[in-house]
Every structure is written in C-alpha cells, then in structure tokens.
Design a protein around this ligand. Structure first.
Ligand SMILES: [Zn+2]
Ligand SMILES: [Zn+2]
Length: 602
C-alpha cells in the first residue's frame, strides 16, 4: 500500500472519531500516525514484517493495527464501521471548507440537521447562530464555506439543486414582465447531482431588457456571463443561475435547448438537418425555409417525426432512434407504486415505531410497507437478535389483524436487511430467514475487497433461495464514497436469471443502482425494487426521487417489483424457497399495467 493512501485512511478515521465525539487522545493518535506515515517513502510500507515494524513501531497501538490491516488487505474495518455509523449527510458536510467534525457533531445533536441544504437554511434563519458556542460570526462563516464549495464548481445532491431552482424560479416569476418560468438543465433531466441552475422565462416586451432587470434581483452578487437575453448570475450563497429570457412563441424551443443535454440537443439538430429542417437559435424552419410554430416540446419532436422524449431520457444515448421507431418505454410513475420494501424502525437504527411507519405508508395510498431492520451481524446499527425478530413479528401480526378488522387494504410485510457476510453467506440461518416474508441482503462491511472477490461474494449471496432483493448494490455514497469494485453486469444478469430483484435505493445520498444500471437491468429482465431506505416517516418521501431515477433509467411499471400487489410480491419472494421460478410465479398475477388500470377505475 502506498503511504499517502494509508495516511489518508488514518486521517479519515481521526476525523470520524472526532465527529462521533470519542476520546481526544484517540483522535490525536490517528492524526500523528497519519503525519508519520505520510512522510515515509513508497516501499517502506511493505509486507516484510520487520520492515513494517520499523516503519510503524512508534505509532499508537490502535493506529499500528490499522496500518497492518491496510498492508494486508487494502482496507480498514474500523473505517468502514465508522462510515456506516455516520449519517450520510454528515459525511457530505465534511466537504464544506472550514467546517470541522466537532462543529458538525454539535450541529447534528443540537438541530438534528442531516443535509447540507438543511444546514444552509439553518445558517440563514438564525438557528445556527443560536446554538451554544456558535454565534452569528460562526454561522456566517459556515454559510460562506458552503458558498465557497459551490463556487469551486462542486456538485450538490439533486434535492439541494431542486430546492435552489425552485427558489429562483419563484423569485423570477414574481417580476411584472415575466409570464412563465420553467426549470431546465440537469435538474429537469433528474441528474443525481447537479452543479448549477438553468431557468427559462417567457417575457412581455424585450427579452434583453427583462434579463437586464432580473440580473438586479435580490441576492445577486455579480453577473458572470452572458449578455443580451441570456445572463449567468452568481448569488451571494455561491449558486450560479443561467437564465434565458425569450418571447412567448420561442419558449418551448428555448426550454428544450436549455434542458439539454448538450449531446441530445446536438443529435436532434443533426437529425433535423438530415430531414431538411434547421434549428437555429429558438427557431425551427422546414425544407422550404418556412418558420414552423413550436408551441410545446411535443410539437418540436412531432415536426421531426419523433415521439415525445421525456426530459429524463435526454442524455444523447439512443433515445432519438427509439423515438423514431416508436419504441420508447412508457415510463413508471410514482402513482403506479403499490408499496415499498425498504425501511427501518426503532427495532434497529430507525427513529419511529412500526405503526408510525405503516401509517405514513397508508397516508401515501400504499397497500403495503415492508419493514427491513438490520440483521444480527450489523451490531453498530442495532441489528436484530432472534428474540427481537420474534417480538417484531408478533407486533406486525397484531397490526395486520387490526387493519383487517378495520377493512383496510393494507399490510406490513415482515422483512430484514440482512448483511452479506464477507464469505458471501446471508446473515442468519435458513430457519430464521424462512420466517421473513422477504429478505433484502446488503453489503455493509469489507468494501476494500477486489472486484473478483466482491463479485463472487455477492454472486454467492444471490444463490440463497431466501433472498428477494439485493440492497444498494454498489455501496456508493454520492459525492463522498465511490462504489466498491464489483462487476455489476455479471451481478444484474445473474439476479435476473435466478429471480432476485436489484434495489434502486432512493436515499438521496445513495441512488444506488445508478440510472445507467437500470437500463442494464431492463435489458436482462431483472426486476428493480425502488426502496426508500426510510429511517423515519418523512424518509418515505425519498421514493419520489427514486422514481425519477428509475424513469431516467428507462424503467416502466413492468420493470419495477413494487408496482405489483402485496400478494404478487409475497409470492415472488416465496417462489425459490418452494422450488419454483419467481418469473413463472409472477406471471400468474395481473400485470402492473392491468393493476393500475383496474385501481384507476375504482
Ligand atoms: Zn443498508
Ligand atoms: Zn437500509
């Protein structure tokens, strides 16, 4: 292992220990170990036992153990468990210049803030300044740190970008000469992380006059580009907004262009050109050079003989060919979901009771919610012992009996998020696993394995007949942790063949699998389970984002497990345990499309 990489691991450990408020001497031990290791030459961290002892003999014993493990396995269990114990949003906050682990812990404990976006709001509304040991100066410094992060061109999570886009849209919409404003760009295309905000406004009078007037809006620090009817604005909070002002009759084409992606726009222009049309500026002209009216994006595509291409799909892959051949999928919609399978309760690391989670699901109109707390090996997330499982199942039976007696079409499904152990076994023995209605299996440890080892580990887990869903299959945390090395092509193909669904984990920090892998799943006929991974009732809202990503990955209702009824999901989960093929079992239930149509008819 290269000393600089090892030093980086030691620094991360020190930071996370400090974030968790553990003993300062442990933090200092890892910090000074990181400095000592960083000063070594490459080659000094070797497997030769005496050379290694000479290199690390003076470090704190705990740090020595980590370095030995790094040299042997390229990974650190301590770092992995610290990362697992840290809410994802806090890892995100560590990216803010000038914001250290101790302050982040105080913010989290004092204000229950878990995202950068919430932090920014708290800095603006005075809550941050009111925290003990903070004050106005510190709150301002943190706001500046977030601004600096943005200004460095850093990406933010989709949800954060959407909130900003909506704020600015409302700001511009209030202008007397603005008739309509729409969000365009990567936010409209539902990209998982976004860098800036693109807006298009239809205006009364001269577009460049209105653009110049909007450039003086509240909060704008400087105009960094553009001119005429298009301006690039930099706000005091670091946000960059690209705004195009157009006449109403140009709005649809301008919106299409500003939505992008560049690759899609270029490809459509070429496609149009090959058919005698020209798209120049915000105008479309036909082969006789006659201006075509474009009142909507649908009309634009229609002129060219293409089906409407949803914004999520406009990434310049093969969407134009599919639109020309009328083979674009009918994309899944949130209203088509019948329930969801991934959430946590107070039994493990969730914050709410099973009943509270279920009530939130009922309020969404779902007919089932699968509870999946952590399994016994996952001690740091309060994994469930056998006794705890039995208690939870009694509680769920009582709740379900209640729903039945009230005539409610709703049930809680008994699930578990079982660890995939390093050897590829799924946590618990068969007798315990068999008690669950469904089993999600996830990797939560030993991310440092090489690609072959990790792929084999997960392939082996897929052989377990109790397995229903492979949870957050690549382990990525957006902006903070890369996916682990794994051959997802092989995993998705096998999951489809044996009848295990792969998860699209809808936690805004994960969005795992990536939308590009949704297309791979579709290709292999592998079902995708859109899972909120909620740790509170509000966490069920993640599902909206998950559906957006599923759409971006070309999924229709048929490709998604939880567009199916509770009965179908239960039968799917049961099939392999009874020696049947899950796909055959599903075929005896009505299709999601039929189910949606029937429930629409009431
Ligand atoms: Zn998990
Ligand atoms: Zn989970």
């Amino acid at each position: 292992m290269d000393p600089r990489a090892a030093a980086h691991v030691l620094t991360q450990i020190a930071t996370l220990i400090e974030l968790h408020g553990d003993a300062p001497f442990r933090v200092r031990g890892f910090q000074s170990a990181a400095r000592a290791i960083a000063s070594l030459d490459a080659g000094e961290l070797s497997l030769a036992a005496d050379a290694l002892t000479r290199a690390i003999g003076s470090l704190a014993p705990e740090a020595q153990a980590v370095v030995r493990e790094l040299v042997e396995s390229n990974g650190s269990l301590l770092l992995e468990s610290l990362q697992e114990q840290t809410p994802e949003g806090l890892l995100e906050m560590l990216r803010v210049p000038g914001l250290g682990p101790t302050r982040i812990r105080l913010i989290h404990d004092g204000l229950h803030i878990e995202t950068l976006h919430e932090l920014e709001q708290a800095a603006a509304d005075g809550r941050l300044a009111a925290l003990p040991r903070f004050g106005q100066k510190t709150a301002e410094r943190i706001a500046l740190g977030i601004a600096a992060l943005r200004e460095a061109g850093a990406f933010v999570l989709y949800a954060h970008g959407l909130a900003e886009a909506e704020t600015h849209r409302a700001q511009f919409a209030a202008h007397a000469d603005v008739l309509d404003v729409a969000i365009a760009g990567s936010v409209r295309r539902q990209c998982e992380v976004v860098r800036d905000v693109d807006l298009v406004a239809a205006v009364r009078g001269s577009p460049s006059v209105v653009a110049a007037s909007l450039a003086h809006s509240d909060g704008v620090r400087e105009v960094v580009g553009g001119g005429g009817r298009t301006v690039s604005l930099r706000y005091h909070n670091g946000t960059r907004v690209d705004l195009s002002c157009v006449r109403p009759e140009q709005f649809a084409l301008a919106l299409w262009r500003a939505t992008g992606s560049d690759a899609h726009v270029r490809a459509v222009i070429e496609y149009a050109h090959a058919r005698g049309f020209t798209i120049a500026g915000d105008e479309l002209r036909d082969a006789q050079n006659v201006l075509c009216a474009v009142r909507s994006e649908t009309e634009l595509y229609q002129h060219l003989g293409l089906d409407f291409i949803a914004p999520e799909l406009r990434e310049g892959t093969d969407e134009i060919a599919a639109a020309a051949q009328h083979t674009l999928p009918e994309l899944v919609q949130e209203s088509m979901l019948a329930g969801a399978l991934h959430c946590h309760s107070q039994y493990s690391d969730g914050g709410s009771s099973v009943a509270d989670m279920a009530n939130a699901a009922i309020a969404r109109g779902w007919s089932y919610l699968g509870v999946s707390d952590h399994s016994q090996s996952n001690t740091y997330a309060g994994g469930l012992s056998r006794d705890a499982i039995l208690r939870q199942h009694e509680e769920i039976d009582a709740l379900n009996a209640d729903y039945t007696s009230q005539g409610l079409d709703f049930r809680v499904l008994k699930g578990i998020e079982a660890d995939i152990l390093p050897c590829g076994r799924v946590d618990y023995d068969a007798a315990v696993l068999n008690r669950f209605d469904f089993v999600i299996a996830s990797v939560h440890t030993r991310y440092g394995m090489n690609e072959r080892q990790m792929t084999d580990r997960v392939l082996k887990a897929l052989d377990d007949p109790h397995l229903t869903v492979l949870g957050h299959p690549t382990g990525r945390l957006l902006l903070t942790r890369e996916p682990y090395a794994i051959d997802m092509g092989e995993i998705i193909a096998k999951a489809g063949a044996v009848g295990v669904a792969v998860e699209l984990n809808a936690d805004p920090h994960r969005l795992d699998i990536d939308w590009k892998l949704c297309r791979v799943a579709r290709h292999h006929g592998t079902l995708v389970s859109i899972g909120p991974d909620a740790h509170s009732p509000q966490g069920l809202d993640h599902i909206t984002l998950g559906v957006g990503i599923a759409r971006k990955g070309w999924l229709s209702a048929e490709n998604v497990l939880n567009t199916r009824s509770a009965g179908a999901v239960l039968a799917f989960a049961r099939a392999r345990r009874d020696g049947q093929r899950p796909a055959d079992v599903l075929a005896s239930f009505e299709t999601p499309t039929d189910r949606v149509r029937r429930s629409a008819l009431g």
